[in-house]
Design a binder for this molecule. Structure first.
Ligand SMILES: NC(=O)c1ccc[n+]([C@@H]2O[C@H](COP(=O)([O-])OP(=O)(O)OC[C@H]3O[C@@H](n4cnc5c(N)ncnc54)[C@H](OP(=O)(O)O)[C@@H]3O)[C@@H](O)[C@H]2O)c1
Length: 327
């Protein structure tokens, strides 16, 4: 039996990861601020992971084989984790990162290519860390999501970290009735009302992963020993047009209209630069990915399920600067 701590774990694929760990017979501890009860069978610790004293005191003298950190967004949070889990508190640390680490100023080199991005395009050991940036400010964090994740990865990858660490760079996640992001609803609402969907003039495809598949992936990563960044994305690329083609059958009277924009807000799954991740590292390590075209219809049906109140769909998920991700 492994002792596994999941930080977060009550919203989306964190819950599914916990289900898998419990089913496998692991002892699971969940740490969050207590907005929802922990799943049956898990030990629940309540603390804000931003508060180092509170985190230390909630953990007490517990030790873990593996920590899965689902909610590390900043180098400050990573620094706290690096200190708190030192001294033998964990052997291995799996940080949930994002495809958005690949979007930064100099990465425009990828703009004109659809060659999938490999992990070495962002080496966390070479990323500069600035703990003085206003990471505690919500608006700052929202506009520096990729930078926060990059710097968090860098803190954990730096020399001196006392546990083995991997950063799972997660593609855009689709599927599940509990997709809280509103990104598919963004398309559904526009198709229903024939409202134009804003896409960049040069609209690039991206990689995605199903919500169950990323839970499988993290569960698998818990049992492995690899370190360093690893991309997690299903095989295959998806364009905004293909995504809308999967949404449209759910809205028989709707109409899909695209509007090209050169500057400003675009729909959440539209990207002015290539957003495909190469998944060969994880494949070589032994994880078998599905193909996005195989699971896309199911994912859309789960999220736009008939029992959902379509009229409550909002514009959440509209993204600037060539596409959005989830926070
Ligand atoms: N969805 C996507 O498309 C996508 C793509 C790429 C990467 N990601 C990454 O996926 C991760 C999120 O996965 P998930 O949605 O499945 O999350 P999750 O594991 O369900 O965890 C989310 C929960 O963490 C808790 N939490 C948030 N801040 C906390 C804090 N300061 N201290 C303690 N607990 C805190 C919150 O519960 P309480 O309010 O109870 O604390 C929240 O509901 C993020 O790292 C995100 O960057 C997502």
């Amino acid at each position: 039996m492994r002792d596994v701590l999941v930080m977060g774990g009550n919203r989306y694929f964190g819950k599914r990861l916990i289900d898998r760990l419990i089913a496998a017979g692991d002892r699971v501890t969940v740490l969050n601020r207590g907005s929802a009860p922990a799943p049956a069978g898990a030990i629940h610790l309540v603390a804000d992971r931003d508060d180092e004293d509170a985190l230390n005191s909630a953990l007490g003298d517990r030790t873990f084989d593996v920590v899965v950190d689902q909610v590390c967004y900043t180098p400050r949070q990573a620094s706290i984790a690096r200190r708190v889990f030192a001294g033998g508190r964990t052997r291995r640390y799996v940080m949930t990162s994002t495809v958005e680490v690949y979007e930064y100023e100099d990465s425009l080199v990828y703009e004109d290519t659809v060659v999938p991005v490999r992990e070495d395009a962002v080496d966390p050991r070479t990323v500069a860390v600035d703990l003085q940036l206003p990471w505690q400010r919500r608006e700052f964090l929202e506009t520096h999501y990729g930078e926060g994740k990059r710097q968090a990865e860098a803190v954990l990858a730096a020399d001196g970290t006392e546990f083995a660490c991997t950063a799972v760079r997660v593609a855009h996640v689709l599927g599940g009735a509990d997709d809280f992001t509103g990104r598919l609803d963004h398309y559904a609402t526009r198709i229903r009302t024939s409202t134009p969907i804003a896409v960049p003039t040069e609209n690039r495809p991206a990689t995605y992963i199903h919500v169950e598949e990323i839970a499988d992936f993290l569960f698998w990563a818990v049992g492995e020993n690899f370190t360093g960044p690893v991309n997690a994305a299903s095989h295959g690329l998806l364009t905004t047009e293909e995504l809308c083609a999967a949404v449209a059958p759910h809205i028989p009277d709707g109409r899909t209209v695209f509007q090209n924009v050169d500057v400003g807000l675009v729909s959440p799954f539209s990207f002015s630069r290539s957003y495909g991740m190469d998944n060969s590292r994880a494949t070589e390590l032994g994880f078998k990915f599905g193909h996005v075209q195989e699971w896309l219809p199911r994912a859309v049906a789960e999220t736009l399920g008939a029992d959902k109140d379509k009229d409550t769909a909002t514009d959440r998920g509209v993204a600037d600067a060539g596409g959005g991700d989830v926070r």
